[in-house]
Design a protein around this ligand. Structure first.
Ligand code: NDP
Length: 234
């Protein structure tokens, strides 16, 4: 069945792979992003997720083109790393705004039409560091941990309406976000990862495709690690 899908931050990295995966499966996809170009075949909507009005407008555009949004991937996220003594208020606020407030705006708007339709699949893009922690990422890891509370509270609020909310927690994935890291950091992560390699964007798209499928309707409030074993036990 072809569904109406909206992916935030779908023009690059993990989000782009997710958009391409949904398109390949025959879904109608909107990429809500504020830079770059949406993959061919997707509806690209300029949207900064830190602005509720822009999030509303993106959903309205997706609905006009594809019908009520049934699958939402709250994927847009940024890092502004720094050790706590040197982390500025701006670094803290910027990451909270995109990674946490952006997901709140996205989920709030998503639930509105999903409640009416009594069907929905929402996936939040978390991270292994939400539970594992990571020096230099107090802001980032706090937002990723918070998404677990968000998914679980929403599951309790509207779980009876046929809507699921889950968190995918990627480990170390090859994208532009991680390309900027020095080789010793990358090598260190690889050494800690039982799979012995970085993940690919398709590894994440596979998990998202499963969680948003019709058959995954009894999975909600779950945290699905896709991290080669890096975060095991957390
Ligand atoms: P990228 O930086 O490669 O891509 C992020 C995308 O989100 C970009 O298209 C970016 O737009 C967009 N974006 C950023 N801010 C906003 C905003 N305010 N409004 C709308 N779109 C925005 O990141 P990744 O693909 O690596 O990461 C995707 C998600 O996965 C993030 O939530 C990240 O935290 C998470 N993650 C990534 C891991 C990794 O190893 N890569 C590991 C764990 C989690 P623009 O091009 O304009 O910057």
């Amino acid at each position: 069945m072809s569904r109406s899908v909206l992916v935030t931050g779908g023009n690059r990295g993990i989000g782009r792979a997710i958009v391409e995966r949904f398109l390949a499966e025959g879904h109608k996809v909107c990429s809500a992003d504020f830079g770059g170009e949406a993959p061919a075949g997707a509806l690209g909507v300029n949207c900064n997720v830190t602005d509720a009005a822009q999030v509303d407008a993106a959903f309205a555009a997706a609905e006009a083109a594809h019908g009520p949004v049934e699958i939402v991937i709250a994927n847009a996220g940024i890092t502004k790393d720094g050790l706590i003594m040197r982390m500025t208020d701006e670094q803290w606020d910027a990451v909270i705004d995109v990674n946490l407030k952006g997901c709140f705006y996205t989920a709030r708007r998503a639930v509105k039409s999903m409640m009416r339709n009594k069907y929905g699949r929402v996936v939040f893009m978390g991270s292994v560091v939400g539970l594992y922690g990571n020096a230099g990422q107090v802001n980032y890891s706090s937002t990723k941990a918070a998404l677990i509370g968000m998914a679980r509270s929403l599951t309790r609020e509207v779980g009876k309406r046929g809507i699921t909310f889950n968190v995918v927690a990627p480990g170390f994935i090859e994208t532009e976000m991680t390309a900027v890291l020095p080789a010793e950091v990358t090598d260190g992560f690889k050494a800690q990862t039982p799979a012995g390699r970085m993940g690919s964007v398709d590894d994440i798209a596979n998990a998202v495709a499963f969680l948003t499928s019709d058959g995954a309707g009894y999975i909600s409030g779950a945290v699905i690690p896709v991290d080669g074993g890096l975060g095991m036990g957390h």
